[in-house]
Design a protein around this ligand. Structure first.
Ligand SMILES: Cc1cc2nc3c(=O)[nH]c(=O)nc-3n(C[C@H](O)[C@H](O)[C@H](O)COP(=O)(O)OP(=O)(O)OC[C@H]3O[C@@H](n4cnc5c(N)ncnc54)[C@H](O)[C@@H]3O)c2cc1C
Length: 403
C-alpha cells in the first residue's frame, strides 16, 4: 500500500498514528500547506495575546514522524489530484502516485461579505501564522471588534478583555452562543458580559468596516452611526477546502461527501475531519476530526469500522464562567429540568424530547457533564415522574449508568 495524505491537522495525524499501530511497512507520504507538523489549533485562541513558538503546541515532536517512517513534505501544498491516474501534484510540480488517498486538508474561515473586510487590521484566526500576526497587531491597539459571538468569538473577546482592551462583539443572532445556549442561559451570560464593560450588539449585522487602508471603525445595518475600532477579528463559521476537488469525479457538496466508513464515492479515497461532510454535517470539531481520522485509517487497513455520531460537547471558560453545552439545547417541544444554586453562580439545565435527554447547559457546574453526555448517547429513557427534577434525574443516571 502507498498512502498519500493531503493535510496535516489532527485528522491526518490520528489516521497515520492508527495505521502505524498495525502496519509499520506501508509507505506513507504526507503533504502539508503549512510549514509545521500538526499543532494544537485549540491553543491558538486561548493563547492569542501571548508569544510562543509552534514547537510549544506540537501534538507530536518532529522525531515522531521519523520514528514512524512518515515521509513529510511540509510547506508543500497539493495543487491538483488526478483521481483517474491515482496521483497528486505538488506546488513544485512533482507528481506522487498513490494506491490509497486520505483527504484531510481541513477548512478555512468563512469570509463574510462585508465591505471593508480586506482592510488592514482585519483578521480571522485559523493558523499559527494568523495567531502571531494578530498578537503583534492587537497588542498595539486598544479597541477590538469581534464579529461573531460563537465559541471562538467569545474566547477571543475574553482573552483581549483580560488585557484591558475595549471589546465590542457583534452577533447576527439574538443571543450569544446561539448553537450552544438556550435563551435564558444566553441572557445570563450577556448581562454579565455587559456589566464587565463589553459592548454587545445582538441581532445586528456589520454594514461596513471603515478606514483608509487601515481599519478605523464600523457601521451596523439599520444604524447610521460610525463606531470606532482599530482591530477586527471575524469568526463567522468555516468552509471546507474543497476548491482542490472541484470539477473532478469526487462527490462534493459543502464538504467532501463521505459514508460512515469515511469513504468517498471513489475507490480507495477517504476523507476525514473538517474537509468531510457526513450526513449533511460538517462538524468543525477537534475530537470529531480525530475520531474520523481513526475510522478512515481502520477502513484503509481493511477493517470495517464506522463513525458513530455522538452528542457534541462544547466546553469553554470565558468571563470567569465555565460553560458546557452538550447535544441539542434549542428546538421546539423541549421540556427542561432546571436547577440553579442559591448563590445564582451555577445553572444546570437538561432538555428533553419525549423521555430522552437531548441536551444540557451547565454553567459553572461541570461535574455531571460526562454522565449526561453518556445518557444522551445511550438514549436513556428517564421515568416520567422524575422529568422535572434535575437532581433526581442525575441520581437516576448515576445508578443506571455507573453501576
Ligand atoms: C482558533 C481555533 C480554536 C478552536 N477551538 C476548538 C475547540 O475548542 N474545540 C473543538 O472541538 N474544536 C476547535 N476548533 C476546531 C478544530 O481545531 C478543527 O475542527 C480541527 O483542527 C480540524 O482538524 P482537521 O485535521 O480536519 O483540519 P485542519 O486542522 O484544518 O488541518 C488541515 C491541514 O491541511 C492543510 N492543507 C490545506 N490545504 C492543503 C493542500 N492543498 N495541500 C496540503 N495541505 C493542505 C492545512 O494547512 C492544515 O494544516 C478550533 C479551531 C480554531 C481555528
Amino acid at each position: 500500500m502507498q498512502l498519500v495524505v493531503i493535510g496535516n491537522g489532527i485528522a491526518a495525524l490520528s489516521a497515520i498514528e492508527r495505521i502505524r499501530q498495525s502496519d509499520q511497512d506501508c509507505k506513507i507520504t504526507l503533504f502539508s500547506q503549512e510549514p509545521y507538523h500538526t499543532y494544537n489549533r485549540l491553543k491558538l485562541s486561548k493563547n492569542i495575546t501571548e508569544y510562543y513558538q509552534v514547537d510549544d503546541i506540537l501534538v507530536k515532536p518532529e522525531s515522531w514522524y521519523q520514528e514512524k517512517n512518515v515521509e513529510c513534505y511540509l510547506d508543500t501544498p497539493i495543487v491538483h489530484v488526478d483521481f483517474s491516474k491515482q496521483q497528486v501534484l505538488t506546488v513544485e510540480g512533482e507528481v506522487f502516485p498513490y494506491t490509497h488517498l486520505l483527504l484531510a486538508n481541513g477548512a478555512s474561515n468563512n469570509i463574510p461579505p462585508i465591505e471593508g473586510i480586506d482592510l488592514e487590521r482585519v483578521f480571522a484566526l485559523r493558523t499559527y501564522h494568523d495567531a502571531q500576526e494578530i498578537r503583534v497587531v492587537a497588542n498595539n491597539f486598544k479597541q477590538i471588534l469581534i464579529i461573531g459571538g460563537g465559541l471562538l468569538g467569545l474566547e477571543l473577546a475574553w482573552e483581549f478583555y483580560k488585557k484591558d482592551k475595549q471589546v465590542s462583539i457583534v452577533e447576527l443572532f439574538p443571543h450569544l452562543l446561539p448553537r450552544q445556549l438556550d435563551e435564558d442561559s444566553a441572557c445570563y451570560l450577556e448581562e454579565l458580559i455587559i456589566k464587565q464593560g463589553v459592548d454587545l450588539y445582538l441581532c445586528q449585522q456589520i454594514a461596513s468596516l471603515i478606514g483608509e487602508h487601515k481599519l478605523a471603525g464600523f457601521t451596523l445595518k439599520n444604524d447610521s452611526q460610525v463606531y470606532p475600532t482599530e482591530v477586527a477579528l471575524y469568526s463567522t463559521g468555516i468552509r471546507p477546502n474543497i476548491e482542490l476537488y472541484k470539477g473532478s469525479a469526487l462527490a462534493i457538496n459543502r464538504g467532501v461527501i463521505v459514508n460512515q466508513h469515511m469513504q468517498t464515492n471513489l475507490p480507495n479515497v477517504y476523507a476525514a475531519g473538517d474537509i468531510s461532510e457526513y450526513n449533511g454535517r460538517i462538524y468543525g470539531l477537534w475530537s470529531v476530526a480525530r475520531t474520523q481520522g481513526q475510522v478512515a485509517a481502520d477502513n484503509i487497513l481493511g477493517r470495517t469500522t464506522s463513525f458513530v455520531e455522538e452528542a457534541v460537547m462544547a466546553n469553554i471558560q470565558v468571563f470567569d464562567q465555565h460553560i458546557i453545552s452538550i447535544g441539542t439545547v434549542n428546538g421546539e417541544a423541549m421540556v427542561t429540568a432546571f436547577e440553579r444554586t442559591n448563590d445564582l453562580q451555577a445553572i444546570k439545565k437538561l432538555f428533553f424530547s419525549n423521555e430522552q435527554i437531548q441536551g444540557a447547559v451547565l454553567i459553572n457546574a461541570p461535574k455531571e457533564a460526562l454522565l449526561i453526555k453518556k445518557a444522551i448517547n445511550n438514549q436513556v429513557l428517564i421515568p416520567r415522574d422524575l422529568l422535572d427534577s434535575y437532581s433526581s434525574i442525575i441520581e437516576y443516571l448515576q445508578s443506571y449508568l455507573v453501576s
